[in-house]
Write a protein that binds this ligand. Structure first.
Ligand code: 13P
Ligand code: SF4
Length: 317
């Protein structure tokens, strides 16, 4: 269908989805127009759960590569598409297989827990995967004296270690988006909006976490703004989530926390924002780029992911 000679991408996508029995899973950091056409929008944990249980033949993942790979590992018989293969993740890339193997060797006898934001080779070296929604509960589900390696996010690792008091050695990786928030700019915003609550993702640095009123994964932040009675929030995570916050609480005000680098203006994840409506249309039409993973890797990386899913299900997460 065309409008004034232009392709009407939204209706074409709807038609293609129906014809091919495809679903679109979108992360909260995608742009609002993509979230609005998705069949399911969520954080990393909810998206993995949805990827593991659906009747579609094709999953188109509007997110980054490690998320689409996790979907493929959980549903190997389905075709999993990612509209742009360059949609990587600075956090996942901060942990290479070669260096991580050395780190495990240097710290023997520890259970290896890794954040889902990793490449498949790192997952294959792990005992259990976690996301920011279930990391604390997964660690607390282990015996209290169990020694742990946590990778790759140092900020999430420190946050969990302080919360649980567990014996953890932490890999020193980070997300360039969440580490870039400016404490000074956040405090200035708070001075200008004294009634505002500061809400923060645990991938942020300690000084930013210390001035927060609430810390949580993207879905926990969303839930908090729904249930809380404040009218204004300073949001220290990728601003894509504000689309859902405004949807759930239209009368409230959400102010994105600014980054340290004032020349780039906002804290969008450049990888997440590589996905566009036009790329989704082409990807569904051509059924490529497709996520292809070696069956041996699927088996190895699948075990720790399934362990996470089982623990989460038991805990009702
Ligand atoms: P969650 O979806 O677990 O909140 O993770 C945030 C993130 O950085 C995803 O890239
Ligand atoms: Fe990776 Fe950070 Fe982007 Fe999330 S926000 S995909 S952790 S680079």
């Amino acid at each position: 269908m065309t409008i004034d000679g232009h392709i009407d991408y939204i209706s074409e996508i709807k038609e293609l989805k129906e014809k091919k029995n495809a679903i679109i899973l979108a992360h909260y950091y995608q742009t609002g127009d993509i979230q609005d056409i998705a069949d399911f929008v969520g954080d990393s944990l909810a998206l993995s759960q949805k990827a593991a249980a659906n009747d579609a033949d094709i999953i188109l993942f509007a997110g980054v590569r490690f998320m689409a790979e996790t979907a493929k590992i959980l549903s190997p018989s389905k075709k999993v598409l990612l509209p742009d293969m360059n949609a990587g993740c600075s956090l996942a890339d901060s942990c290479s297989e070669k260096e991580f193997k050395k780190f495990i060797k240097k710290n023997p006898g520890r259970t290896v827990i890794t954040y889902v934001n990793t490449n498949t080779d790192i997952k294959a070296l792990s005992d259990i995967i976690c996301t920011s929604s279930n990391a604390v509960q997964i660690i607390e589900s282990l015996p209290p004296d169990e020694k742990i390696i946590f990778a790759p996010d140092r900020n999430l690792g420190n946050y969990i270690m302080n919360k649980t008091g567990r014996d953890m050695v932490i890999w020193k990786g980070a997300c360039h988006v969440h580490e870039e928030f400016s404490l000074e700019a956040i405090l200035q915003l708070k001075e200008d909006n004294p009634e505002a609550k500061i809400i923060v993702h645990p991938e942020c640095e300690l000084p930013v976490r210390m001035v927060s009123d609430f810390i949580g994964s993207t879905s926990a932040l969303l839930q908090f703004t729904k249930g809380d009675n404040s009218q204004t929030y300073i949001v220290a995570t990728e601003p894509g989530i504000i689309h859902q916050m405004k949807r759930e609480s239209p009368s409230k005000k959400f102010i994105p926390a600014p980054p340290r680098d004032s020349t780039c203006g906002c804290s969008e994840c450049n990888f997440m924002k590589l996905i566009s409506i036009e790329k989704i249309y082409r990807c569904l039409r051509d059924e490529k780029p497709e996520i292809v993973i070696d069956s041996g890797v699927i088996e190895k990386a699948g075990k720790p992911i399934r362990r996470m899913m089982e623990i989460s299900e038991k805990l009702g997460l």
